[in-house]
Write a protein that binds this ligand. Structure first.
Ligand code: KG4
Ligand code: ZN
Length: 352
């Protein structure tokens, strides 16, 4: 009996040693950033992001230009990631890629590249939902407790998600119209600031008074959000003030940015607080491009401290679009042997 249990003890330990610890190449091309990352044994070795400057002149992302720029950038971006990680082709175990949601032409470049390279190297493919990847960015260099709540705030989405484990998540609230990132970008456009406006509002808000101007907040039930009304109220306010003083925006830029930013963050954190209280969860994490916002990061931490909730925010490079977050999903999916067919196609509206 003793021998048997000793034997099974050793087998268990040996089987742990045999668990696959894969090396994954990940590709992200859902919008206007071409990114490639390498993840080995769950650790990110490289995360290269090539941003596309071509859209700035147009005040927003131009889909056709984005696809062309992805085609131009993808080989060099992947090559840089492989070199930085010190990984050769024959060390790769799988290729993970963003399947959606995103711009269909941009997604197509990443999906086709993953298929081509995968076929040449005879590797399995792992398809990744971009929104799930934003949530999983919190699993890079951090181990959250379960369940926790993730507030994902990006350029295209605003979501409140209950995370029950890696890859196991329930969407409980989302925006009914504009995303938080869009609210930043569209407000910035109304103020005459260049695209992307979120970081510009963040910058000017630092020297402004957030209590100077008041904008109305939406009255939406439950955990859902709405930001389109805010944009309209800012538009009407600026139009009215500019009729009285053509230099109104220029003279009040810092206070306008600080007040708009405060309103967006108030809306975001109110619903998050409601969700965490009603679900009796005591850990919150942030995700998505808007989580790079300095005021949101500060108020998120303060909210956690005031309520004794654990908080985590990913490093800056993992907040905005990046392939490291695709790679970490790829890692967990590889452990589940969750591979996809080579017939896989991109999906522009890929729900969580
Ligand atoms: O997650 P992301 O890189 O792309 C999407 O998946 O959409 O998010 C991009 C969004 C843009 O709307 C951008 O303005 C916003 O993130 N953003 C910010 C900041 N940095 C990026 N918004 C406010 N403050 C920032 N510092
Ligand atoms: Zn994103």
């Amino acid at each position: 009996m003793l021998n048997f249990s000793l034997c099974s003890f050793y087998i268990l330990n040996l089987s742990f040693l045999c668990l696959p610890m894969p090396t994954i190449l990940a590709i992200e091309s859902s919008c206007d950033d071409t990114s490639a990352a390498i993840c080995k044994d769950g650790k990110i070795l490289a995360n290269i992001i090539s941003s596309q400057k071509v859209h700035e002149a147009w005040g927003g992302v131009v889909p056709e230009l984005a696809s062309r720029a992805h085609m131009k950038n993808i080989i060099v971006t992947v090559d840089m990631a492989m070199r930085e990680a010190g990984i050769s082709n024959d060390e790769l175990d799988a290729i993970a890629f963003t399947r959606g949601p995103g711009l269909i032409g941009s997604l197509l470049v990443g999906v086709s590249f993953a298929k081509g390279l995968g076929m040449a190297l005879d590797l399995p493919l792992i398809e990744v939902n971009h929104m799930q990847a934003h949530v999983m960015a919190n699993f890079i260099n951090y181990t959250p407790s379960y369940p926790h709540i993730c507030l994902t705030v990006s350029g295209g989405h605003t979501q409140i998600i209950v995370v029950k484990g890696p890859l196991d998540m329930d969407l409980i609230g989302e925006t009914l119209d504009d995303a938080a990132g869009e609210a930043f970008d569209k407000s910035a456009k109304l103020l005459g600031l260049p695209y992307p406006g979120g970081p510009m509002i963040d910058k000017f808000a630092q020297s402004g008074n957030p209590l100077r101007f008041k904008f109305s907040e939406p009255q939406i039930k439950g955990y859902d959000y709405s930001f389109s009304g805010l944009k309209t109220s800012i538009l009407y306010f600026i139009q009215a003030q500019t009729r009285l003083n053509p230099d109104f925006v220029k003279e009040n830029l810092n206070d306008l940015c600080a007040s708009i930013q405060k309103t967006i963050i108030d809306i975001l954190l109110k619903k998050l607080t409601l969700a965490i209280r009603e679900n009796q969860i005591n850990e919150i994490v942030l995700a998505g491009g808007v989580s790079a916002n300095s005021e949101l990061r500060m108020r998120f931490e303060e909210l956690g401290k005031a309520n004794n909730w654990k908080t985590h925010i990913p490093d800056f490079e993992y907040c905005t679009d990046n392939a490291a977050m695709i790679a970490i999903v790829g890692h967990y999916k590889y452990l589940n042997k969750d591979f996809c067919s080579y017939e896989v196609e991109p999906i522009a509206k890929y729900h969580l």
